[in-house]
Design a binder for this molecule. Structure first.
Ligand code: NDP
Length: 454
């Protein structure tokens, strides 16, 4: 005779059936909801006011989805067509806030997963920001600056009517860095004839915040420092494996070096670099030059830097380390990869990327009681400093590097404390997944309850 599942497990099953019915084919979105539901449903069961008002159900359907055609001309004068999106997920606690992603893999399901995560992440920062995500299936790779500009202008020509400093404030994400934000802001300003803080991640010359480029990577390292401090440990001397070679990875490597750790890898879509001697500030400058200025693959970096070995087509999780910082993209750590990390001596994972670990991998980390900081907590430093950029824009002033960095460290400490409040299991172990999901949920849920049936 087969045993019937426990009430919580069967609730998770029927809840996920319901989610899948209203979002068919959106597998990344299902994965993100399942990870949250798994740790949240017991809390909701213990607090029936949320279940009675169907608060979590409401939080899994976006307020609205905007989807549109983007037509632009390439350098040969040939028309090109892409799909643009904005998923305005939930604005219960503040204006919508979340990045734009330009990558050929972008689908509605990708942006729904990112928007759903963003709602809880923004709530965790304790700043008044709702959650959204947007972007396009446009690939900036291999395009000239003029082509990227024409695409950004065409994209903003539709997007401008859906955003605004009190409505929805986008920022960057994969494929959207300083260059793209400049083009997008320029087009918004031209159409609306207003100089407002409608985007964050802006250049310093036109309303950007110091430390915003660094914030996600620095924040992920500060979060790791907080996790280690619960075991009276530090980053000093620890060998670190980092994935990605873009914005988040570069500033993760920088802060790791500053705090005495030894980052030995980075990766991109072509493979990974292993440098057993570790990065130095000079090597990091070379990396930035190759990726940000030359826009080349990591093979070009290995040709420049002595001691750096390029491993084609693979990820760095087999390299022995004590701490790991996945900072490239979603689902880059499978269950097998997670086991490899443990085997190599890994004690801590701090996610700079969004959902880099799949559900099997998360299970491996939680079962091993690793110090595992999920993205919505560990990488919230970026959006937190975007929130502070909005504050500076409204007040028409700029804080110094030191002021912003101090605020970032305070915010990461507060996020960690909230995770601990809701996730501490015993004197040795904090379940950061449960902690982040419950803490992020409560504020949004209570706001929705206050609004009545909306
Ligand atoms: P970038 O575009 O600057 O860098 C992304 C890096 O990841 C690049 O090295 C890229 O390789 C690699 N990459 C992207 N897609 C893939 C893939 N499918 N397989 C292998 N490698 C891939 O983006 P960010 O650094 O800004 O973002 C990285 C992650 O951090 C994302 O998950 C993002 O959502 C998350 N994040 C970013 C924040 C921010 O402030 N920027 C805030 C919070 C989270 P290549 O160079 O070859 O394209």
């Amino acid at each position: 005779m087969s045993l019937s599942p426990s009430p919580t497990v069967s609730k998770l099953g029927s809840f996920m059936d319901w989610v899948m019915q209203h979002s068919p084919g959106e597998s990344e979105f299902h994965q993100a909801v399942q990870e949250v539901a798994d740790s949240l449903l017991p809390f909701i069961e213990a607090n029936p006011k949320y279940a009675q008002a169907k608060i979590f159900e409401r939080m899994t359907i976006p307020d609205r989805v905007i989807m549109f055609r983007v037509t632009w001309e390439d350098d040969c004068g040939v028309p090109q067509v892409n799909t643009g999106y904005r998923v305005q997920f939930n604005n219960a606690i503040g204006p919508y806030k979340g990045g734009f992603r330009f990558h050929p893999s972008v689908t509605l399901g990708t942006l729904k997963f990112l928007g759903f995560e963003q709602v809880l992440k923004n709530s965790l920062t304790t700043l008044p920001m709702g959650g959204a995500k947007g972007g396009a299936d446009f690939d900036p790779k291999g395009k000239s600056d003029h082509e990227v500009m024409r695409f950004c202008q065409a994209f903003m020509t539709e997007m401008y009517r859906h955003i605004g400093p009190d409505v929805d404030v986008p920022a960057g994400d994969i494929g959207v860095g300083a260059r793209e934000i400049g083009f997008l802001f320029g087009q918004y300003k031209r159409i609306v004839n207003e100089f407002t803080g409608v985007l964050t991640g802006k250049g310093i010359q036109y309303g950007g915040s110091l430390i915003r480029p660094e914030a996600t990577g620095y924040g992920a390292v500060y979060f790791a420092r907080e996790m280690l401090s619960t075991r009276t440990d530090t980053l000093a001397g620890k060998v670190a494996v980092v994935s990605g070679a873009g914005n988040v990875a570069q500033y993760t490597i920088e802060k790791l070096m500053q705090l005495g750790a030894v980052p030995v890898t980075c990766s991109d879509s072509t493979g990974f670099i292993h440098d057993p001697d570790g990065f130095t500030p000079e090597k990091l400058e070379q990396l930035k030059w190759v990726k940000n200025t030359q826009r080349q693959s990591l093979e070009a970096y290995a040709n420049l830097v002595k001691g750096a070995v390029f491993v084609k087509g693979q990820r760095p999780w087999g390299v022995p380390c004590q701490v790991a910082f996945p900072s490239a993209t979603q689902n880059e750590i499978s269950g097998e990869d997670a086991k490899q990390l443990l085997k190599g001596g890994c004690q801590l994972v701090s996610e700079g990327a969004n959902m880099p670990t799949n559900l099997d991998g998360v299970e491996v980390f939680r079962a091993a009681k690793l110090l595992y900081g999920p993205g919505k907590a560990a990488n919230a430093g970026g959006v937190a400093i975007s929130g502070l950029e909005m504050t500076q824009n409204s007040m028409r002033l700029s804080w110094t590097r030191e002021e912003v960095d101090t605020k970032l460290q305070d915010i990461m400490r507060r996020i960690h404390a909230q995770c601990e409040t809701h996730g501490r299991q015993d004197s040795h172990y904090v379940d950061y997944v449960t902690g982040a999901n419950v803490a992020g949920f409560i504020q949004v849920a209570d706001a929705l309850l206050a609004f009545g049936v909306v």
